[in-house]
Design a protein around this ligand. Structure first.
Ligand code: NAD
Ligand code: LMR
Length: 327
């Protein structure tokens, strides 16, 4: 028997990330091949015609589980009765632009959308914020949606996680699937801290296998941190297919579970690791039964403490930068 359809809202539907993401969701990569999905697509009034074109292409794929598509410029229509939302719609960074410049440009969007989610989404809606600055936009969304559980409003650190996995695998000469327990802490920004201290590959400690702490500190960390900028420099546009892939990974694992494996998710802090409550911070998590649980009690050495503090301070500054907007 066919399952009832789930409703997934995606914002920024005419944009470049969605040109990959919508097709992946419609193909069943997020909810599964046996789960009908209704896509509820939001974009600005001037982008409605372009969204219409994307929807023609979705139709032309004849996806068996695409049970319907809604196109709108009204967040309350897009978010009505949704099970999940991927908030992509925002202005991306262009060449030479710092991430901080995006803060004011995009903060207002997430205040409006948080309020709309609060009014019309299902009470257990799972939200992933992709639009940058993703952590602080998720923080604004959660603060603007006080009737929804803050734990269900998450930010995307999975692209950093996947970037780190690929670099570690290439350096060690192994497959990404061999590696477990990588954690990306903090902000989705160059200050993120891709921590490999607990990582293993085929049962061996990854730091021992790589055996090059200088490479880790001086090459790996800046490479992953600045990967977004390197892609903008090379493509003239920010990452899109890999961002969509990371969004699918994040939601898929949250919905279906990780079988005990660690993934990195930006989640509202409950105060653990000294991160003030409510700050949306990248942490290692395991997922099961449609819920995630933060991996707690990991020890910090001096290097980790310094990395941790840097990325936390950046997030505290971003929070202070939007305090007036949130009243
Ligand atoms: P894009 O410019 O191609 O598309 C953005 C879309 O959002 C446009 O269609 C635009 O009309 C729409 N939009 C703008 N304001 C909106 C609003 N208020 N409501 C609904 N839609 C709105 O951008 P893109 O390349 O798809 O990137 C989208 C965002 O994702 C950017 O902020 C980018 O920096 C971010 N991003 C995040 C990650 C991550 O890892 N977290 C990775 C890559 C990109
Ligand atoms: C990325 O990491 O690719 C995106 O967040 C784009 C950016 O602005 O860095």
């Amino acid at each position: 028997m066919t399952k009832p359809a789930v409703r997934v809202a995606v914002t920024g539907a005419a944009g470049q990330i969605c040109y990959s993401l919508l097709f992946r969701i419609a193909n069943g990569d997020m909810y599964g091949k046996d789960q009908p999905v209704i896509l509820q697509l939001l974009d600005l009034p001037q982008a409605q015609a372009a969204v219409g074109g994307v929807v023609m292409e979705l139709e032309d794929c004849a996806f068996p589980n695409l049970a319907g598509v809604v196109i709108t410029d009204d967040p309350k229509v897009a978010f009505k009765d949704i099970d999940a939302a991927v908030l992509v719609g925002a202005r991306p960074r262009s060449k030479g632009m710092e991430r901080a410049d995006l803060l004011s440009a995009n903060a207002e969007i997430f205040k409006v959308q948080g309020k709309a989610l609060n009014e019309v989404a299902k009470r257990d809606v799972k939200v992933l914020v992709v639009g940058n600055p993703a952590n602080t936009n998720a923080y604004i969304t959660a603060k603007s949606a006080p009737d929804l559980p803050a734990k269900n409003i998450t930010a995307m650190l999975r692209l950093d996680h996947n970037r780190a996995l690929s670099q570690f695998a290439a350096k060690a000469g192994i497959a990404t699937a061999d590696i477990e327990k990588v954690a990306v802490w903090g902000n989705h920004s160059p200050t993120m801290y891709a921590d490999y201290r607990f990582a293993t590959a085929n049962g061996k400690p990854l730091p021992e296998l790589i055996n090059d702490e200088t490479w880790y500190r001086e090459t790996l960390l800046p490479k992953v941190g600045k990967r977004g900028a390197a892609i903008i420099e090379a493509r003239g546009l920010s990452s899109a297919a890999s961002a969509a892939n990371a969004a699918v990974d994040h939601m898929h694992d949250w919905i279906h579970g990780t079988d005990g494996k660690w993934v990195s998710m930006g989640v509202a802090s409950d105060g653990s690791y000294g991160v003030p409550e409510g700050i949306v911070f990248g942490v290692p998590a395991v997922c099961s039964g449609g819920e995630y649980e933060v991996v707690k009690g990991l020890p910090m050495d001096d290097f980790s403490k310094a990395m941790f503090e840097k990325t936390l301070n950046e997030l505290l500054e971003e929070r202070d930068g939007v305090a007036a907007l949130l009243g």
